[in-house]
Ligand binder design. Structure first.
Ligand code: ADP
Length: 155
């Protein structure tokens, strides 16, 4: 039904509309701010992901580092591999996140609007600091497409 014009009846069947991020998200791959760029590249390959979520020593979200971020800094700069990922990561407050209670539709919209591959799933951290969040998962384009395919297969 995804390709056809949607009726009101179809709307209730669209899983994106009523499914929550908390029902779908996967396990985040997390590194510390002090992790070196070399270690980060190794983690990308070992974990088979496109980006790493960076947290501080208290487990609070600090940033995110993607394939392109790593490629950019290492190209033509051999000494870069020993630098910490915190030098090159995209930092809070510029990180786009979702919470487990958000709809999958909301997550999909954020991914497309910001032209990124995935979002950290976060909840408020118990630090008392305004805006501090801890990471409980990640939701990616792949998660969402897989869920849509599973739904179609069930029909
Ligand atoms: P890739 O580098 O593999 O193409 P993306 O397209 O997801 O990965 O990342 C593009 C840029 O956006 C990178 O600089 C990355 O740090 C940043 N980025 C990735 N995910 C997020 C996010 N959830 N919030 C903010 N910035 C992000």
């Amino acid at each position: 039904f995804l390709g056809k014009r949607r009726t009101r009846e179809d709307e209730s069947k669209l899983p994106l509309l009523d499914m929550k991020v908390g029902d779908l998200h996967g396990v985040p791959v997390i590194v510390r701010e002090t992790t070196t760029i070399q270690e980060a590249v190794v983690s990308l390959f070992l974990e088979n992901v496109g980006h790493l979520i960076v947290t501080d020593e208290q487990g609070r979200l600090a940033g995110i580092v993607s394939r392109k971020d790593l490629l950019k800094v290492t190209l033509g700069n051999a000494t870069a591999s020993s630098m910490p990922v915190s030098f090159i990561m995209t930092r809070r407050p510029n990180i786009i996140t979702v919470s487990p209670e958000d709809s999958v539709l909301e997550a999909a919209r954020k991914i497309i609007a910001h032209q990124i591959d995935s979002l950290p799933v976060v909840v408020p951290a118990e630090t008392g600091e305004e805006g501090d969040v801890k990471v409980v998962g990640r939701i990616s384009k792949t998660n969402i497409i897989k869920m849509l395919l599973d739904t179609i297969a069930e029909e």
